[in-house]
Design a protein. Sequence first.
Length: 153
Amino acid sequence: MIDKNIETFILERSDTFLKAADDVAVLYEDHNIAHAKLLLSQYKYTRVPVVNKDKEYVGVLGLNEIVDFEMEHDFFYEKSQKTPISEIVNTSVATVQKSYQLEEVMHLLVKEPFIPVLNHKKFVGIIVRQEILKAFNAFVHDFTKYYDISKRN
């Protein structure tokens, strides 16, 4: 459990945690694999959220999932233009709801570079590990400006 003073300090910086859906590169589940590879490689993303036409969260997709799928299915370029990413999207990545708890997010970010944030099924954005780390960096540098720390006997 996170100490309440520390949690308060971190959450005061939480307005930077959520990167809104409109500011996040996404793929639509009906995009083809060739399009996904182009987006991921052009912008140097490791993975991006995948949504449906109603902007509901479907999963995430990265170059690792694409390469694994292509190797398993003896892929060639023409086939990647005809295959929708819905066939390979990773649906097992954890998500949080808009009313997330900091401790839950921190546990999930240990394994993931970002956590998709949903309002029920609707994709509202991502919490990026880097932003949480920035808040903790501020914590280690500024906490004693606001709080006294003393060792218990």
